[in-house]
Design a protein around this ligand. Structure first.
Ligand code: MRU
Length: 343
């Protein structure tokens, strides 16, 4: 993998600091699970599947250092602290659940066995995510077929996952299949994941791409310049409603208005079958400074009131299909998603 978003090395968690991209490639090395939780919260690492992998590695790291005599109590605290890092991407809670299950299954074998098994599980989650993304690419590329101009929002690439990417994984697979196309990259205010991260990844991959601001989407579609949209997801509810980066809903409404297919790509770990609809998905609200400031410099007058929801929900009626590692889920989502989720 060209981009090393997150790694487990010598019992430390290494992350590429995404806040500094595209201008600086700086790797952070963490030996304490609290640092991992803070890295998730402060967006050193971001993107739903990558957050899940980071949380799993955080638990494994915490368990390595938790003393034997307070191990179970400490384990609960580690899981609770990582669980508070960010609220919307369900992959975080999915990963913690897997780590919890390993703890329960191995507990009777002693602390050393639990530590070992937690580390193995975190690496399994890491590797599983890469494989899932490759499969998402395989399933998704034929759907895009002959689309020549494809829009994406935010960053759902290698940086947002253990590697390869979900929405960008589909585009990588499309390129590997020999198709010629170009990507329109929405800058994705306020955190600029599109301008900073997706643009960087696509340039590295030599996939032709054009950067646009978010408020150009309607114009581009009206001019007939977009053939398809593909985005990632942070949480898909049981009825197919999709939480993704703020602005995704606007893109989806405009796509429907212009008869453009709108695809969502994500691993099964992003599907929350216990969440009936988008109304039940918690939407993270982040520091207003992300809106009022840019790279530490104030844009708005001092004291200006700011609202900064980090995600929105696209209702399932706007989604053409959901691309997963197990296959393409078509409407009606309420019925079809259930057939993909094992009990
Ligand atoms: O706030 P972020 O950068 O973590 O938000 C990321 C997104 O919304 C992505 O589109 C989503 O997590 C899918 S990543 C494969």
């Amino acid at each position: 993998m060209a981009v090393k978003t997150i790694q487990w090395k010598n019992d430390r968690v290494i992350m590429l600091d995404q806040r500094l991209l595209p201008h600086r490639e700086v790797y952070r090395s963490y030996g304490d699970y609290r640092q991992v939780a803070e890295a998730i919260r402060s967006m050193v690492i971001r993107g739903a599947p990558a957050i899940g992998v980071a949380a799993a590695m955080g638990v494994a790291l915490g368990a390595l250092h938790a003393p034997e005599k307070s191990f179970d109590r400490d384990f609960e605290r580690i899981v609770a602290i990582l669980g508070k890092a960010r609220p919307t991407a369900v992959n975080l809670f999915w990963a913690l659940q897997r780590m919890r299950a390993v703890h329960s299954a191995q507990r009777s074998n002693g602390v050393a066995a639990v530590r070992q098994a937690l580390k193995a599980e975190a690496l399994k989650i890491f590797r599983g995510d890469i494989l899932a993304n490759i499969m998402i690419g395989e399933h998704g590329a034929p759907l895009l077929g002959d689309a020549k101009r494809i829009m994406t929002h935010c960053n759902a690439g290698a940086l947002a996952t253990a590697g390869y990417g979900t929405a960008l994984g589909v585009l990588r697979a499309l390129k590997e299949s020999g198709k010629k196309f170009e990507v329109y990259v929405n800058e994705t205010r306020p955190f600029l994941q599109g301008a900073r991260l997706t643009a960087w990844e696509l340039m590295k991959e030599k996939i032709p791409a054009t950067l646009v601001t978010d408020n150009m989407v309607g114009y581009l579609m009206q001019q007939g310049l977009i053939d398809a949209v593909v985005v990632g997801c942070d949480r898909v509810a049981a009825n197919g409603d999709v939480a993704n980066k703020i602005g995704t809903y606007t893109v989806a409404v405009l796509a429907q208005r212009h008869g453009i297919p709108f695809y969502v790509a994500g691993p099964m770990s992003s599907i929350d079958i216990d969440c009936p609809s988008g109304k039940d998905i918690p939407i993270e609200e982040r520091d207003g400074k992300e809106v009022s400031h840019i790279f530490g410099k104030a844009l708005a007058p001092k004291g200006m009131k700011v609202f900064n929801p980090a995600f929105d929900v696209t209702d399932h009626g706007l989604v053409t299909a959901i691309i997963t590692e197990l296959g393409v889920i078509n409407p009606p989502y309420k019925k079809n998603i259930r057939t993909y989720v094992s009990d």
